[in-house]
Design a binder for this molecule. Sequence first.
Ligand code: HSE
Length: 450
Amino acid sequence: MNKKEKIQAEQNVCPERRTEMMKKVGVAILGVGVVGGGTFKTLTEHREFYKKTQNVDIVVESVLDRDHERAKSIGVPAEVLASSIQEVVANPNVDIVIETIGGCGVAKDFILAALQEGKTVVTANKELICKYSHELERVAKRNGCGLYYEASCVGGVPIIRTLLDGVQANHITEMMGIINGTTNYILTKMAQENADYASALKEAQRLGYAEFNPTNDVDGYDAMYKLSILSSMAFHTKVPYGKIMREGISQVDSRDIAFGKQLGYTLKLLAIGKSGEDGIEARVHPTFIPNAHPLASVNDAYNAVYLRGDAVDDIMLYGRGAGSLPTASAVVSDVIYAATHSEIKYSTFKNTATAEKGVKFISDFTSAYYIRLSVEDEAGVLAKITGIFAKCGISIVEVAQKSKSEAGEDTRIPLIIITHKTTENSVKSAVAKINQSGITQVKAVIRVEE
Ligand code: HSE
């Protein structure tokens, strides 16, 4: 019996019998590493609990992993170990396939194979959903099965379900998130212990937050994939990752974190999405936020997403964005949702590869800025610099001159300028002019969100 026939048969049973009957749902797990292993543990240890609370018996029927010994070491029985994806999808007891392999290689082929067999898929794969959700969703729809990906964004924090179900009453106008735990850990360490970037990264690697090649996290790719998924859902239109401005944290200087702190700001790698009359802006970059902002107190590897809706006003979700059991929490919640709902909910936007025709994306966005220069402490220097800002139409809020010792410099002093809101292009033009002026070089430019 395929998935459609199963649903049909279920609907033909009278309602009284349906509630009496315990539904049995078979799942397969593809990859039992950190997240897949946590998923196996959660499903097996909570099986009785789900029977009691959800009236569903979820059974792990199949596990596919190259390393059978690793699978057995976490308690996977030898008889459920499969040797190929064909074996998994041909198993009539498997209703839902959980993909926890990651990346866009075999994971994509395996998901497609499952969907083509009419199996609902639950995945934790952000890069795959970001790049191919249009293709995967098309195949899922054609085969009458679901595609769920709560675990792809912000680990255990139920942001996808919130966007799909919890805040549908609203026009979401703004989203700001700390959606990468590794970079948040590094920036917290730099802020609290005055550590430099290299040693904070090393510590993050030692603790297993950052990978040996940390690019995906520290250069903002991970946050960019998640922002693409989340802003598409929040704004009901495709926000392709190519439309997202991305800057990572590897150039962050701990002196700027310290100077920012003195001025009342905390530095975070923020993922920002805004939707208004002029269009959509989506960006990932290190950002100063006021110390009193709720996101400023989100520290270590924790994540948080802050949403603004026209009816609900402000909402913030906070929790662990990564890790075995927090991510498994999201995976298993999707499995339970799929197992207990016969109606499938797909994207609320036209899920295509590229942006929808007519939707405008803003690249020259507006922001306040923190700009640090290194200058000679001489008469006229400040006047020349502020003159350049004035020529570029940039209004200054605050100028702070620091001592040589604070900057660790011999002859020059740090000069910090905080601007009023201006455009990205105006700042780029002012920076270019300063760098060409012969007066000094701009050392740091950090956007400020109020
Ligand atoms: N590497 C990610 C992070 C977790 O540091 O948040 C998975 O997306």
